[in-house]
Design a protein around this ligand. Structure first.
Ligand SMILES: [Zn+2]
Length: 111
């Protein structure tokens, strides 16, 4: 079973509810990840220690409901920006190649 963090009221704690996290390294016994949160349902503060070995990537993320419908267009927009960033980076690399050619040409001319 997947580990989840839950408030005393039963509400699952997700990344947006987390106020603070910490890491408790112990020399003997398991290390712990400390999570302080404010419950999205009852608004109470809570804290929980999760064994490091039980901590996993998806623990604070509910893939099904994490992204609200009204947030979807924003994320889709972000996706498009990423594509443009890739293209920009590609052009930057091409510029660098051109620059290297120019520098090499200068070096050749000096010989
Ligand atoms: Zn609660």
């Amino acid at each position: 079973m997947k580990t989840t963090i839950k408030c005393n009221c039963g509400q699952r704690v997700l990344a947006k509810d987390v106020m603070q996290t910490g890491y408790y390294l112990r020399l003997i016994g398991p290390s712990f990840v400390y999570v302080k949160f404010r419950c999205s349902r009852c608004k109470k503060l809570g804290e929980q220690f999760v064994k490091q070995e039980d901590w996993e990537e998806g623990i604070l993320h509910d893939i099904q409901s994490e992204i609200k419908p009204e947030e979807k267009p924003r994320f889709e927009k972000m996706g498009r920006i990423d594509i443009h960033e890739c293209i920009d980076a590609h052009f930057e690399l091409e510029k660098m190649d051109n620059l290297r050619e120019i520098l090499e040409a200068i070096e050749e001319a000096r010989k």
